[in-house]
Design a protein around this ligand. Structure first.
Ligand SMILES: [Zn+2]
Length: 317
């Protein structure tokens, strides 16, 4: 493998200079038994600064890369006056797993095949500001760390939502919110409420309330009546209209923001099967198809503008 041009983690505590393993051997890193690699610019040359994590693991990096990405000289640890060719060793308060994620962000490096834990990702994001990295700039869709974080949305949606809300990472919170459709928002702890903040709390409430409102509006609109036939006299298909109202009332009793189209479809299929008039069945089937289509395009995650939820109601097929 080629000579390292990236930040390195060295678990060999006997090595204490930059001509050691990080500078002369492979660009692979040993962490949690998995090898992985940072990549950097060729112009950076060999690493010229050493960091020691709180669990006493060395990490080798490039001042130029850190100062280029950081807006505060990496937490004022790499001030210009300190720039010199002499290797510097700096102790940091984060553990190696957290720092590894931070350095991946700095080098915009892929995490493969290393899989960071949610704890490491969360700790790293919480520490980005400290090292002069704006989370909204670096944890954006398409970035390696974004892709790692969203892998946890189905397993830990509230943690991810809170993390996104704390740092105004809308797309992260949006991904997580889709897995919170049935979460009882009124049971959130005071701590979570404080961390999520009013804006993202409101967005979660809006998501739940808007989806229920939209579905109620969709299903309470009655199917069209057809032209008179042997089942329909001057008074119209009153039995169908009444039956529709009863069927929707039963559905609305159990409605929740996550209700699936399949559930709605099965509910109305049972209703349609009870209609004695073939033309009523046709009208109703067409109406249900439109409901299912509109429900399928109703946003399933938080929106910046609540009107995005309601726009489906004004659509015509
Ligand atoms: Zn009919």
């Amino acid at each position: 493998m080629a000579h390292s041009q990236g930040s390195n983690i060295d678990t060999n505590e006997g090595s204490n200079d930059l001509t050691g393993p990080a500078a002369t051997q492979q660009s692979t890193l040993e962490l949690a038994g998995v090898e992985h690699t940072y990549t950097s610019h060729e112009k950076d040359g060999p690493p010229d600064v050493v960091f020691i994590s709180s669990d006493e693991i060395r990490l080798y990096a490039h001042r130029a890369q850190l100062c280029e990405v950081s807006n505060n000289h990496f937490g004022s640890l790499l001030m210009p006056s300190m720039a010199n060719p002499t290797p510097t060793t700096i102790a940091l308060s984060e553990d190696v797993y957290t720092l590894s994620v931070i350095f991946h962000v700095i080098y915009n490096a892929s995490f493969k095949p290393y899989t960071p834990t949610l704890e490491a990702l969360s700790n790293a994001i919480n520490a980005l500001d400290k090292y002069g990295l704006r989370p909204c700039s670096h944890v954006s869709p398409g970035s390696p760390i974004f892709e790692e974080v969203v892998k946890f949305t189905s397993r830990a949606p509230l943690i991810i939502y809170t993390l996104g809300a704390e740092h105004d990472l809308f797309e992260i919170a949006q991904k997580a919110s889709e897995h919170l459709l049935t979460y009882p928002v009124n049971t959130l702890s005071d701590d979570i409420v404080a961390r999520v903040g009013s804006v993202y709390l409101q967005r979660l409430f809006d998501l739940h309330a808007a989806r229920i409102y939209v579905l109620q509006r969709l299903v309470t609109q009655r199917p069209d009546e057809h032209k008179p036939n042997t089942h329909r006299g001057e008074n119209g298909c009153e039995s169908m209209q009444l039956a529709w109202s009863n069927a929707t009332a039963i559905l609305i009793l159990d409605v929740n923001p996550e209700i699936l189209s399949e559930t709605i479809q099965k509910h109305f299929e049972r209703f349609i099967a009870t209609l004695p008039c073939a033309e009523c069945r046709n009208c109703t089937e067409s109406h249900v198809r439109e409901i299912l289509w509109k429900w399928s395009i109703t946003p399933r995650s938080i929106c910046r503008d609540t009107q995005d939820f309601y726009s489906v109601l004004s659509l015509t097929n």
